[in-house]
Design a protein around this ligand. Structure first.
Ligand code: TPP
Ligand code: MG
Length: 354
C-alpha cells in the first residue's frame, strides 16, 4: 500500500529535460570515439535522467519514503568515468547514488524497488536510497554520512593493492565533503601507500543550500592534492567525452602503480539538494541557463545528429526504449512486496571479503 504523499517539493525545476537545443552546440567528436560509443553514452545518461525523473514522481506520490537525492544534471560524470573503467574496478559514493548504480550496470528494477522499500530491492527493501550495494558490480554504497565513503574507498583500494591485482577504486564525493578533515587524512595515507584510487570530486557548486563561494576560500579543489604529492586536474563535467578522457589518464596513473589521482569534475545539479529543498539559494535563471547551454545529454544528441551518426527517429526509438525500462522498473517496484517482519533479524552482519 502506498504511504501518505509528501508535500510537493517547492521551487524545484519542473521543465522537461533535454528537449531544447543548446545556445552553443559543442560539436567536436574526437577521432577515437565511435558512433557506438556515443550511442552508448547517450543511452546511459538518458537512463539515469529518466530514472531520476520517475523517482521524483514516485516520491511525490508517496511511494518513496525518507530521503531522495536526485542526480539530474550530473549524468556525464559517472557515465564518462565508467567508460574509463574495466571489470574488477570498484566504486563508492555518497547518498546521491542512483546514477552511479545504474552506470555500474545494476538493474533499474533492483534500484527502484529499493527506493520504494520493497523485497525486490538491492537491500531487500531495508536500505532505501542511500544504502544499496552490489558486490557483483563492485558497488560499495551509497553513504549518508558526508565524506565517510572517502576513507572507506581508500580501504577498498588497499585491498586490491594487497592482493596484487591492477584494479582501481573510484571514490566519488562532493565539493562540500571535500572541506572535511578525513579527506586529507585519506589523501596522505593513499599517497604514502601508492593506493590505486581515483578521487572524484563532483563539484556541483553547492553543498545543500551553501554555495562554494560562501563556504570555501580556495576553490581549486583538485589543487589541494599538491600538498600530499597527488596529481590532479579539473574537468568539464558537462562533457562526457572530456570526463572519459580525463578518467583514462587518471586510471592509467593508478594502474601503473603511481598512487592516487584527483579529478575535480565541474558539474551542476538541476534539482534541489533533496526532494525537500526549497531552493532559495539560487535563481531559476541560473538553473535554466545550465540546462539550455550546458546540458550533457543534449551535447551528445547534437554530436550524434550533426555527425550524421543517428537520425531524429533513431533517437526517438532510444528514448522509447529507455522510457520502457524505467516504467517497467516503477511497475516492478510498486508490485514487489514489502519485506517480511522476520527480515529484521537478517543481514545484520556480513563477512568482509572484498
Ligand atoms: C557528517 C555530515 N554532516 C552533515 C550532513 C548533512 N549533509 C547532507 S548532504 C550535505 C551537503 C554535502 O554537499 P556536497 O558534498 O557538495 O555533495 P552534494 O550533495 O552536492 O552531492 C550535508 C551538509 C551529513 N549527512 N553528514
Ligand atoms: Mg556539492
Amino acid at each position: 500500500m502506498a504511504r501518505k504523499p509528501h508535500p510537493t517539493p517547492a521551487a524545484d525545476t519542473p521543465a522537461p529535460d533535454s528537449d531544447k537545443a543548446p545556445a552553443e552546440a559543442r560539436t567536436d567528436t574526437p577521432a577515437n570515439v565511435s558512433r557506438d560509443d556515443l550511442l552508448k553514452y547517450y543511452r546511459e545518461m538518458l537512463l539515469i535522467r529518466r530514472f531520476e525523473e520517475k523517482a521524483g514522481q514516485l516520491y511525490g506520490m508517496g511511494h518513496i519514503g525518507g530521503f531522495c537525492h536526485l542526480y539530474i544534471g550530473q549524468e556525464a560524470v559517472v557515465v564518462g568515468l565508467e567508460a574509463a573503467a574495466k571489470e574488477g574496478d570498484k566504486r563508492i559514493t555518497s547518498y546521491r547514488d542512483h546514477g552511479h548504480m545504474l552506470a555500474a550496470g545494476m538493474s533499474a528494477r533492483g534500484v527502484m524497488a529499493e527506493l520504494t522499500g520493497r523485497e525486490g530491492g538491492y537491500s531487500k527493501g531495508k536500505g532505501g536510497s542511500m544504502h544499496m550495494f552490489s558486490k557483483e558490480k563492485h558497488f560499495y554504497g551509497g553513504h549518508g554520512i558526508v565524506g565517510a565513503q572517502v576513507p572507506l574507498g581508500a580501504g577498498l583500494a588497499f585491498s586490491d593493492k594487497y592482493k596484487g591485482n591492477d584494479n582501481v577504486t573510484f571514490v566519488y564525493f562532493g565539493d562540500g565533503a571535500s572541506n572535511q578533515g578525513q579527506v586529507y587524512e585519506t589523501y596522505n595515507m593513499a599517497e604514502l601507500w601508492d593506493l590505486p584510487v581515483v578521487f572524484v570530486i563532483e563539484n556541483n557548486q553547492y553543498a545543500m543550500g551553501t554555495s562554494m563561494k560562501r563556504s570555501t576560500k580556495s576553490t581549486t579543489l583538485y589543487g589541494r592534492g599538491e600538498a600530499f604529492g597527488i596529481p590532479g586536474e579539473q574537468v568539464d563535467g558537462m562533457d562526457v567525452l572530456a570526463v572519459k578522457a580525463a578518467g583514462e589518464k587518471a586510471v592509467a596513473h593508478c594502474r601503473a602503480g603511481k598512487g592516487p589521482y584527483i579529478l575535480e569534475v565541474m558539474t551542476y545539479r538541476y534539482r534541489g539538494h533533496s526532494m525537500s529543498d526549497p531552493a532559495k539559494y539560487r535563481t531559476r535563471e541560473e538553473v535554466q541557463k545550465m540546462r539550455d547551454e550546458r546540458d550533457a545529454i543534449e551535447h551528445v544528441r547534437q554530436l550524434l545528429l550533426q555527425g550524421k551518426h543517428a537520425t531524429e527517429d533513431d533517437l526517438k526509438a532510444i528514448d522509447k526504449e529507455i522510457k520502457d525500462i524505467v516504467n517497467d522498473s516503477a511497475e516492478f517496484a510498486k508490485e514487489s512486496p514489502e519485506p517480511a517482519e522476520a527480515e529484521l533479524w537478517t543481514d545484520i552482519y556480513a563477512d568482509a571479503d572484498v
